[in-house]
Design a protein around this ligand. Structure first.
Ligand code: FES
Length: 157
């Protein structure tokens, strides 16, 4: 099956498998992102068709929410907490060091496509601060060396 038709099938499945009683543009976009981890341009057009709305109406919703992403993430998503507790205990040093290691400024994907670095305002594990999460799995009590070691292990898999 060509890659694009596979993508379309996944999008259609995301749209049609919504179980809540009220289906909206927002719920449709959330369903696509939950399944694909991003919203491809085909996701916008299929959502428009599915909801009986225009592409512009779907874009106006999609572009409003900063949690939607429109490019594929890296193979692993690394959340670095910079909430108050983690910040006080050295999160900025961890962030600076990971960005240097991944050769990126701010959030984003490493060039090898293996890592997406994201900031998080609290991972809910303040007692273990400073924290990072790899694909939602928390690693607490981090410093720049331990966080870097975890990232390098992932990249070298
Ligand atoms: S502030 Fe970092 S886990 Fe809560």
């Amino acid at each position: 099956m060509p890659e694009n038709s596979n993508l379309l099938e996944k999008i259609k499945h995301s749209l049609e498998s919504q179980e809540q009683p009220t289906v909206t543009i927002l719920s449709s976009l959330l369903s696509i992102q939950d399944n694909l981890h991003y919203i491809p341009s085909e996701g916008i057009s299929e959502t428009a068709k599915f909801c009986g709305k225009s592409t512009n109406e779907v874009w106006s919703v999609a572009s409003f929410y900063t949690n939607f992403r429109f490019t594929p993430p890296g193979d692993n998503v690394v959340d670095v907490c910079w909430g108050p507790t983690c910040h006080l205990l050295g999160a900025q040093i961890i962030i600076d060091n990971l960005q240097k290691t991944l050769e990126i400024d701010g959030e984003g994907e490493s060039k090898d496509g293996k890592i997406t670095l994201k900031y998080n305002t609290c991972l809910g594990a303040c007692a273990q601060a400073p924290c990072i999460a790899i694909d939602h799995y928390i690693h607490g009590k981090q410093d720049k060396n331990t966080a870097n070691k975890i990232i390098n292990e992932i990249r070298n898999k």
